[in-house]
Design a protein around this ligand. Structure first.
Ligand code: AGP
Length: 620
């Protein structure tokens, strides 16, 4: 989710690129960099931290005036947020600069190939491999007008994973070349000038004429000859032209009214990115950044999952999966309680801390307590290089990209995916699952992006329902098994977004008290497990729906396609694709996110910045 900008034309490239980066800073902001070509020389400056840090350096050591340049704001995936890991990355001779957004899945093998050829890497990133491969392909290429573009095609044919690449070269001072696969890139066409951006926010103040690039395509932009597009094999392609009708602020939200809506829509890609690069050639999991040895993992005899809020709910779901796959006992605790209850921890205890921001003080203090008690700590986090992963023994990063809205959505779904990966990895290392069994479950995980996309494509009824429920005083959420934490998460979303009293609880608990609050017309949302699940709680949940309905409740039922048992008792039925029981929360949560967001919007509330809340709670 990095910010990418390119420019070639009559304006001062330094100003145009920096302005574009400012508009894209919300996409990622742990480092930034810029490269320009002037008088046959390429100059690059890059700096860790926010864009302001780069601008401070440029004020002290200005770039030469130039009319062609590229720039990048980074949201780190591979390699911490440091000066050397910032983009652009340069070829060894400093004549080619490349910026990258995405994950190059096969970067380790490619890096080994480059190092065997004598290349010395200067960063810990996957992206740098593209700079060296491009330089090598450029050197090997035939003289000619499209030499940099030819080299880009050669390189793209070798990369696996998701990437947007933008390159410039001192040898071709009038040319920008870019490529995309499963990562955003859009071209802006001005009057005698051209722009590249990870989204239109990068250049919307200069032009509204845009060209959309398709999957596996390379665009070459020459300031005199204009732009040409090919596929990776070099076959000419006609790009789709369109006119952008957003204003600059809307552009940052991708045309959505709220960042939260944009982030909900990004969930399929965020899940896919979190899975990228973590499955070996034979189906085994490769979590090399976990940094705990197989020996240490085999020594684990107890697991605590510790987190706050939505991340805590992810932990509750993780418990079901990790215990089922590894048979290691798992306790899940809110961080603010964990360290004050004197938990029993020792060297054989694994504490998994989950945090989107990596800065939540309650979780950080719990981590420190666990370390003092000699437990091993594994962080699941979305912010590369933040405090919690830095202080943990190991980390598994989610790759959701920056989550701007206070209410966590893509952060949550990618936390679930990361927890599944940790559980499977533990099972694999401890011999509880063969590689083919792991591969079969990972194959189910790989279907989740499409499953979530399918749910998102059918949300009109949920949006209509939101308008009907906007005046509700209280809404109850019921679930069993992994549906119980989903009920808790649905209630939290509604509370934090719409300020409506909501309560999630285990459906089996209904008869032990909560059913007393059910009155005529009380909305009760029920997450129904698959009728195929071995845990056979499906029939019990259907009975629970009848119990609340008999007392006048308005039942809103989330059930998988083909489940006809629920139909007679559902006032509103929301269908989700069939999904393996333990993975079902990834799809059943989505309608609850949309519902809460739309109810808040209907109530005229600030969806992205709800009252009393902060995106990262850095106080205890
Ligand atoms: C999620 O919607 C909330 N904003 C909140 O509960 C959040 O999940 C919690 O504060 C933990 O934050 P973290 O994941 O950044 O540690």
């Amino acid at each position: 989710m990095c910010g990418i900008v390119g420019y070639v034309g009559p304006q001062d490239a330094r100003d145009v690129v920096l302005e574009g980066l400012r508009r894209l800073e919300y996409r990622g902001y742990d480092s930034a960099g810029i490269a320009v070509v002037a008088d046959g020389t390429l100059t690059a400056v890059k700096k860790a931290g926010k864009l302001a840090n780069l601008e401070k350096v440029l004020a002290e050591q200005p770039l030469p005036a130039a009319t062609i340049g590229i720039g990048h704001t980074r949201w780190a995936t591979h390699g911490g947020p440091t000066d050397r890991n910032a983009h652009p990355h340069l070829s060894a001779d400093g004549t080619v600069a490349v910026i990258h957004n995405g994950i190059i899945e096969n970067f380790a093998a490619l890096r080994a190939e480059c190092e065997a050829a004598g290349v010395e890497f200067t960063s810990d990133t996957d992206s740098e491999v593209a700079a060296h491969l491009l330089a090598a392909a450029y050197e090997a290429g035939a003289e000619g007008q499209s030499r940099l573009a030819d080299a880009m095609r050669v390189v793209c044919r070798r990369l696996e994973g998701a990437f947007t690449l933008v390159a410039t070269s001192a040898s071709e001072p009038d040319t920008l070349v870019a490529a995309r696969r499963s990562s955003p890139l859009v071209v802006g066409v001005g009057d005698g000038e051209y722009f590249l951006g990870s989204d239109v926010a990068a250049f919307i103040s200069h032009t509204r004429e845009a060209r959309e690039l398709g999957q596996d395509q390379v665009v070459e932009i020459d300031r005199y000859r204009g732009l040409s597009v090919t596929d990776f094999a070099g076959n000419a392609v006609e790009p789709t032209s369109y006119t952008v009708d957003w204003d600059a602020e809307a552009a940052e939200k991708g045309g959505y009214d709220w960042f939260m809506l944009k982030e909900i829509a990004e969930q399929p890609q965020a899940i896919a990115d979190t899975l990228l690069g973590r499955l070996g050639a034979h189906g085994e999991l490769v979590l090399d950044e976990v940094r705990l040895s197989d020996e240490e993992l085999r020594d684990v005899d107890k697991i605590f999952v510790v987190a706050c809020g939505t991340a805590y709910h992810a932990g509750l779901i993780a418990k079901y999966a990790i215990e089922h796959w590894t048979r290691i006992p798992v306790e899940v605790e809110v961080a603010s309680e964990f360290r004050y209850r004197d938990p029993v921890l020792d060297r054989s205890t694994l504490v998994i801390v989950i945090s989107q921001s990596g800065e939540t003080m309650d979780t950080l203090m719990a981590l420190r307590h666990a370390k003092e008690q000699k437990a091993r700590v594994l962080a699941i986090c979305n912010a590369n290089g933040s405090t919690i992963p830095r202080e943990s023994d190991a980390v598994l990063y989610t790759h959701a990209g920056p989550e701007i809205a206070v209410a966590s959505t893509k952060g949550f779904l990618t936390q679930l995916v990361a927890c599944y990966l940790v559980g499977l990895f533990l099972a694999q290392v401890r011999g509880m699952k063969y590689e083919d069994e792991v591969a079969a479950i990972v194959a189910d995980l790989r279907k989740l992006p499409d499953a979530v996309a399918e749910v998102l494509s059918g949300m009109d009824e949920v949006r209509a329902l939101a308008r009907e429920l906007a005046d509700a005083n209280t809404i109850l959420f019921l679930g069993r098994h992994v549906g119980f934490p989903v009920a808790l998460e649905g209630a939290l979303k509604l509370k934090e977004l719409a300020y409506i009293h909501a309560e999630g609880f285990a459906a089996g608990e209904l008869k032990h008290g909560p059913i007393a609050v059910v009155d005529k017309g009380t909305p009760v949302i029920v997450i129904v497990p698959s009728p195929r699940s071995r845990e056979s709680v499906h029939g019990k949940v259907v009975s629970n729906i009848q119990e609340v309905r008999a007392r006048g409740a308005r039942t809103i039922v989330i059930a998988e396609e083909g489940d006809e048992d629920v139909v007679p008792y559902a006032d509103h039925l929301i269908r989700v694709p069939r999904t393996p029981t333990l993975l079902a929360p990834v799809v059943t949560t989505v309608p609850l996110q949309v519902l809460a967001c739309e109810i808040a919007d209907t109530r005229g509330l600030d969806v992205d910045q709800p009252r009393n809340l902060a995106k990262s709670v850095t106080v205890e």
